[in-house]
Design a protein around this ligand. Structure first.
Ligand code: ISL
Ligand code: CA
Length: 536
């Protein structure tokens, strides 16, 4: 058999360190907290952890604004803690990938502080101009800020100045940073907004509603060249993986970044399926459109060389609230989404709390939101005179804090002995890890079974993907490897449906204790994993 790259059999669990587990009662999750939960993660069955940033940072954007890439934020612990985490994880067969944020640094990074001086050798580490252009930031408003008589570019907050990738010195600095971490034994990187790091021109952009200027920085040839260099000079020397976070890419652009012969990244996160419950922009959520969702998923499955499959991360609302039903069908729809995610072709990513069906946040007061993007949007919406009730609705359905409420370990929380940095969800009294572990039929147990099926059956890793049925909000697809053929049936709606007659086989996994296909009625959010060859 052809050699299989190690990341094809990875099952990744994303940790948002602030919200995972607090070991010292200051209300902020930390590295010792993560270490204390490694056995839990091992039992879940995952073999790879992705840590959102733990580097030094003034936390304007919760660590995505880095002021020292080579040290740990004291909130999270020390470098010794990090070394211990890498070691302890390895003992349990778990590899660690770290976030690599190289589009921008913090404005408190020594490079930027020195860059403010026009005569400094660091001046050209960033993008300075005498006059701003019309580009807008991802967090709304102008992408330029003024210091003295010059302006610098920041595609995110003004405390996140963009690096100048036209400067070869920047490339050398980043290579050193990557080597530093890979030498410590980490398994690779999740590369933040990687397809926008290269700016090919600083002209005014075409006038549009959002992201003015993007034609000059989105998926530019210069970006491909940078990725090839990083791969050749650094990554290729290690057994490691990279997953790019790639905003606004289509399937062709995704392949341009990941096809093996391109020698750039290993896989990327697409966003198209995340747009199936909104109009134009994530702040304008509408009803979830399952038909659109399954078509997008099938398209990416069929067209993209290898997918990074995910339904949640630290920027997105919770999948059960969005794509399932977090009230009446909480357990069954969480399990249905799990089966879908873990049986698709590609590397699955599970976000902390997803394995117990954590829901969107129950934050009521605007001032209780912590996320910078959320506050920027509130300010803008107020300026535009959006009614108060609508602003609340926007936050409830789209704020990034929906994903960031602390992990619900126990009925009474279990995340911290102090005051959590972001309020916990009151539904922790019935949605928590403790109860899930006690119950042999819980959402967590369902994830465990799925992960174990993946680890033990190559059909879920190497098998081909073929959509069999995509109608009436029912998604059926086949994974096939040699003689083995597995079929996933998912009802993405709250209504009863029928299983098409030609779907036959024996049940490998059900979210409703189904043991055969003799009853053709598919219950709301029912999902079934079927082995086609073994007909009972
Ligand atoms: O949050 C978003 C959609 O919900 C996006 O606009 C997001 O800002 C974009 O996907 C980039 O995200 C990444 O880089 C940002 C950081 O704030 C995010 O947390 C990170 O995932 C800037 O570093
Ligand atoms: Ca702490």
């Amino acid at each position: 058999m052809e050699h299989r790259q190690s990341w094809k059999s990875s099952v990744v669990y994303q940790i948002y360190p602030r919200s995972f587990m607090d070991s010292n009662g200051d209300g902020i999750g930390d590295i010792q907290g993560i270490i204390s939960k490694l056995d839990y993660l091992k039992d879940l069955g995952i073999n790879t952890l992705w840590l959102s940033p733990v580097y030094q940072s003034p936390n304007d954007d919760n660590g995505y604004d880095i002021s020292n890439y080579l040290d740990i934020h004291p909130d999270f612990g020390t470098m010794n803690d990090m070394d211990q985490l890498i070691f302890e994880a390895k003992q349990r067969g778990i590899k660690i990938i770290m976030d690599l944020v190289i589009n921008h640094t913090s404005d408190e990074h020594p490079w930027f502080i020195q860059s403010k001086d026009k005569k400094s050798p660091y001046r050209d580490y960033y993008i300075w101009k005498d006059k701003p252009n019309n580009w807008t930031s991802f967090f709304s408003g102008s992408a330029w800020d003024q210091i003295g008589d010059s302006y610098y570019l920041h595609l995110f907050s003004k405390k996140q100045p963009d690096l100048n990738w036209n400067n070869p010195k920047v490339m050398e600095e980043i290579k050193d940073i990557m080597r530093f971490w890979l030498d410590k034994g980490i398994y690779g990187f999740r590369c933040d907004v990687i397809n926008i790091i290269y700016k090919s021109s600083l002209e005014d952009g075409k006038r549009r509603l959002v992201l003015v200027g993007r034609e000059f920085y989105h998926s530019q040839e210069g970006c491909h060249q940078i990725l090839k260099t990083l791969r050749k000079d650094v990554l290729s020397k290690y057994d490691c993986m990279t997953v790019g976070e790639t905003v606004l890419v289509n399937t062709a652009q995704a392949n341009d970044l990941i096809l093996p012969e391109r020698e750039e990244l290993d896989m990327v996160f697409g966003f198209e399926h995340m747009e199936t419950d909104q109009i134009n922009n994530k702040w304008f959520k509408t009803r979830f459109k399952p038909q659109k969702f399954m078509k997008v998923i099938a398209k990416w499955q069929e067209e993209v060389y290898w997918n990074a499959n995910y339904l949640e991360n630290h920027d997105q609302p919770r999948s059960i609230t969005r794509f399932g039903n977090d009230q009446k069908y909480h357990e069954v729809s969480a399990k249905m989404l799990a089966t879908l995610l873990l049986t698709l072709k590609g590397t699955p990513y599970i976000f902390e709390g997803q394995e117990i069906g954590m829901t969107n946040a129950d934050i009521k007061r605007l001032e209780d939101y912590r996320d910078i993007e959320t506050h920027r949007i509130v300010a803008l919406a107020k300026k535009l005179h959006f009614p108060q009730f609508y602003i609340r609705h926007m936050l409830k359905t789209a704020s990034r804090d929906n994903a960031r409420q602390p992990m619900q370990w126990k009925k009474e929380g279990g995340f911290t002995t102090g005051i959590p940095w972001l309020k916990m969800n009151e539904n922790m009294s019935f949605i928590n890890v403790e109860d899930n572990l006690k119950n042999t039929d819980s959402i967590l147990r369902h994830y465990q079974q799925l992960i174990s099926l993946r680890q033990n059956h190559d059909v879920l890793i190497d098998g081909s993907f073929k959509p069999l049925y995509m109608k009436h909000n029912v998604f059926i697809f086949e994974r096939k490897l040699n003689e083995t053929s597995w079929i996933t049936v998912s009802n993405l709606s709250g209504n009863k449906k029928r299983i098409p007659k030609n779907i036959k086989g024996s049940i490998l996994l059900s979210n409703m204790h189904r043991t055969s296909l003799s009853n053709p009625v598919l219950m709301p959010y029912e999902s079934i994993l079927i082995d086609k060859e073994k007909t009972l």
